[in-house]
Design a protein around this ligand. Structure first.
Ligand SMILES: Nc1nc2c(c(=O)[nH]1)N[C@H]1C(S)=C(S)[C@@H](COP(=O)(O)O)O[C@H]1N2
Ligand SMILES: [Mo]
Length: 376
């Protein structure tokens, strides 16, 4: 079940104007105050039921987003194996490999180090219309900057690669040159030492001011602002520095994608070159989460994500009309998700198609449906 890079679906969202709704004037007002109603979407997959997640996945119902940070008990949760239960008192984070002094750090010691707080939004690279774009959240994470931890133990001169191991593991079939091996795989991901020393990565122990919950990686996880979710290793047990590239399953085989460059992207177009890529930083994406009505006023609301490059705009297109600029929430920050609203004047009864499109200051534009034909 390798995950593929997220495609942005054209958000065909129908508005049935027979419903009664209300506007959304302020973050502090709870969702669906008396008289408020959300306009029903007509494109919700029949299989979608956020109230009945399976044991290993929690989907955020994005229609209920009511502030910059996802409440801890709604925060989306994804992992490949069983969620380990770790004793916080006995926990030690191991720093091993090409470090000056291999070190074990307790949770208390980690909490006593200089801490950093960061608003970070991210999505699973498999987030799509199938999960109603609910494999995404935004939280306020507290922890220690990875580079401070690395400086604390001393980085060996040959170290090039920083590997993060989760406690979780499980049996997986590994097919190599047509031979099948049964291996016990541990969740592991690596980044270059250069990326590790950047000022963003956080070894986090709290979300929204509370200790991480079990499903969020208690007691300690990595947070890589601007990256897809797979980079944020939960139940972090070891940080290992090495010279060679790390080739674990979740680094070297999964989280890969094939992208068509040039041409039309049609399978038989010789102009299109197919390139294998690695899933790393988030691509520009915006999602319409709901349409809510107050009196006669309709408000479109959604979130956008990217790699942290300042976002220039999110635009909304209604029924193939002109692109109109949405307004960013003042609470947005560099690595948070970017919430936006658009006041929709003149909504008429019947079904409508709403599309959103994000653009960053470097001129990158979220692809539209036609561009996505080139991604496989
Ligand atoms: N240890 C460990 N960390 C993990 C995973 C995992 O299976 N094991 N899954 C990753 C994936 S694919 C995603 S999308 C994010 C989800 O983070 P969340 O559950 O806090 O939302 O965790 C990542 N970290
Ligand atoms: Mo993921």
């Amino acid at each position: 079940m390798s995950e593929r890079i997220t495609r942005r679906e054209t958000l065909k969202r129908g508005l049935a104007a027979t419903s009664l709704l209300a506007l959304w004037p302020d973050w502090n007002i709870p969702a669906l105050a008396q008289g408020d109603t959300d306009v029903p979407f007509t494109d919700i997959p029949a299989s979608f039921n956020p109230k009945a997640p399976n044991a290993t996945t929690r989907i955020l119902d994005i229609r209920n987003i009511d502030g910059p940070f996802t409440p801890t008990d709604q925060y989306f949760a994804v992992q490949h194996f069983d969620r380990p239960e770790i004793d916080g008192a006995a926990y030690r984070l191991k720093l091993t490999g090409l470090v000056h002094k291999p070190t074990e750090i307790s949770l208390a010691e980690l909490r006593a180090m200089r801490s950093t707080e960061m608003a970070v939004g991210y999505e699973c690279s498999g987030n799509s219309a199938h999960s109603m774009q609910g494999l995404a959240s935004c939280g306020r994470f507290t922890g220690v900057l990875l580079r401070n931890l690395l400086k604390h133990v001393g980085v060996g001169s040959k170290a090039r690669e920083v590997v993060f191991f989760g406690t979780d593991h499980g049996a997986q079939e590994l097919v190599f040159r047509k031979q099948t091996f049964n291996v016990d795989q541990q969740y592991g991901r690596s980044i270059t030492l250069e990326n590790a020393m950047k000022p963003e990565p956080v070894v986090a122990y709290a979300l929204n001011g509370e200790p991480l919950r079990r499903e969020q990686g208690f007691p300690v996880r990595l947070i890589m602002p601007g990256w897809y979710g797979m980079a944020n290793v939960k139940w972090l047990t070891e940080i290992h520095l090495q010279e060679d590239r790390y080739l674990g399953n979740f680094q070297a085989r999964w989280y890969r994608s094939v992208v068509g460059v040039g041409g039309t992207g049609a399978d038989n177009d010789p102009e299109t070159k197919w390139v294998e890529t690695e899933v790393t930083r988030m691509h520009l994406k915006s999602v319409i989460a709901r349409v809510r009505k107050t009196g006669g006023a309709y408000q479109i609301f959604g979130y956008a994500l990217n790699d942290g490059t300042p976002m220039k705009s999110v635009e909304i297109q209604i029924d193939n009309g002109p692109w109109q600029k949405a307004t960013f929430a003042s609470t947005n920050s560099k690595y948070s998700w970017k919430l936006f609203t658009y006041e929709w004047d003149g909504a008429t009864p019947g079904e409508h198609t709403l599309v959103s499109r994000a653009t960053d200051v470097e001129g990158n534009v979220q692809p539209v449906a036609a561009d996505l034909a080139r991604k496989k």
